[in-house]
Structure formats: structure tokens, C-alpha cells
Design a protein around this ligand. Sequence first.
Ligand code: SF4
Ligand code: SF4
Length: 315
Amino acid sequence: MNYVSLGKTGLEVSRMCFGGLIIGPLQANLSVEEGAAVIVHALEMGVNFIDTAELYGTYPHIREAIRRSGRKPVIASKSYAYTAQMAMESLEKARKEMDLDIIDVFMLHEQESRLTLEGHREAKEYFLEAKEKGIIKAFGVSTHNIEVVEACSEMPEVDVIHPIINKAGIGIGDGTIDQMLHAVKAAYEKGKGIYSMKPLGGGNLLSSYDECMQYVLDIPYIHSTAVGMQSVEEVIMNVSIFNGEEVPREIRKALQEKQRRLHIDYWCEGCGKCLKRCGQGALSLSEGKAMVDKGKCVLCGYCGSVCPMFAIKIC
Ligand code: SF4
Ligand code: SF4
């Protein structure tokens, strides 16, 4: 595993970051023990960087993995806090539930525009004070939007940007992958720490797995990439790819045979775009939300590419 300095934060991180969303209750819903076992395997294979969020419900899994492994990875977390009080509660929850005095990177979660950044000013000020006190080491912003990457480039107080990047541009809210890369490159050149998310477009690009990983690995202005993993086999496969090594045949076979499912997040707004895109007639609307008929779904991932809310995942 290769390690790099995350911008000007002083943090040394592995090129692959453990994406903590999938193991938690929003997706695979692994128990604390099961989730910790997957994380421990990643730590033992050289991953030293974990991405999580208050929303993901994975603080207990991370805490257990740190306890079991005796290793202290770099932790990045985030929350939707917009007031100072909410920011304080979020940061304290992270510290308490992961049993950590210091959270390495704390971010504003999923910022959508310059306006939303402005609306979170009070929380930002709280996190910057926390950085002054040494409770966090770096302040950051996670986003699916190019406008936010551009805005953060101009904000000296933003140390880390966590943008969505995949070869098809799935999930980018306001433009194309080329426009996103242009903004990310400019931010990188300003010294921001850049770790990207969703190299597989939320599982919708699983059919071109190696190509997707190589795509992000070949971008010279990304320090690290968060990859969601829910099993030891997935850890081995991803670490092998990031190390430029052959993926063991039995691991690849096991993952090809893995039962996967379409997951529709609770924030689906029922726009119906996915229904029109699905050639299998596998999607319908019920009480204003998209629903999948598992018997008809062939897991092609086409629906995920048209969802404006990035609410469709294959996991
Ligand atoms: S495209 Fe996305 S937001 Fe629209 S109905 Fe489908 S899942 Fe919901
Ligand atoms: S993954 Fe493919 S088959 Fe399944 S619901 Fe989406 S578009 Fe339809």
C-alpha cells in the first residue's frame, strides 16, 4: 500500500481509504463484531484511513476495530450540523462513540452549493475552533457538487475536500465528470487534501470494477479514494488492485458469485426517472418512493445512472 500526505493536513494516509458506509445499518447492516472484523482485515493489509459519518451508524464498528487491532488509523467523519450546538454534539458523539480524544478530519456532510456552505457557517466556525484546540486536526467538506469543490478551493479554512468521482460521473449533482475533475485539480493545486468517494458509482458500475478502480488510481490529483467494503474478500480484492497486484482467483470468483441487491435510499423523492430507465419493468412507485421487484431486477445499474438524488445503490 502506498501512503501520501493528505494536502497540508500533516496526515499520512493510504491511497485506499476504508469507506465506512456499507457495513452500517443503512446498507449491509453488519453487527459490530462482523463490521469490525472487515475493518481489522483492511488495517492489517495496510489501509490506515477510514471514512465515516454520524449518519452511517458505524462508530461502534470502528471503535471495536481499533480496540481489536491495537492500531489507530486516520479517521475522517462528518455531520449535517449547521449550528454551533449541533456541531458540538456531533463532534462529541464521534469522540465518545469511537473512544477517541481527537478526530483527525471532521467535515460538513454533503454540501450542495455555496448557499448551503454559507448556511453551515456557524457549524464551520465551531469546527475551526475545535481545530484550534487540537480536538480535530483538519476541517473539511464532503460533496457531490462541482460548485462546492470550486467554492472550497477559495476557502483557506477548508483543509480537505471529499468529492464524488467515478468514470461515469454517476452522482455528480451539477455537471460532468470532466468538469468535476477540473475543479478537483484546481483544489489540489491549492494544497487541499483530496480523497474521493464512490469509485463504483454506488455499485452501479460493478460490471467494470477493475477499470473503475484504475480510473481513480490514474488521477494524479487525488490523494486517496474511499472504497466501501463489506467483506474480507472485498478488502483483499481492493487492496490487491490498489497495490497493483493480481487479485487471487478464488477471491474474484467468490465476489462474482456474491448475491447482490438493489438498495433504494430513504431520501428517494419519487421522481420516477428510474422507472422510465429500467427496461425490465422492475421498478414501481409506492407511497412516493421507488420500489424494486427483485424477481425482475437484473442488477444492470442503469437506473442508478439517472437518479438525481443518488439514491440507488447495488450492494
Ligand atoms: S430516480 Fe431516484 S429519486 Fe427518482 S424515483 Fe428513482 S430512486 Fe427515487
Ligand atoms: S438495476 Fe437494472 S434491472 Fe434493476 S431496477 Fe435498475 S435498471 Fe432495472
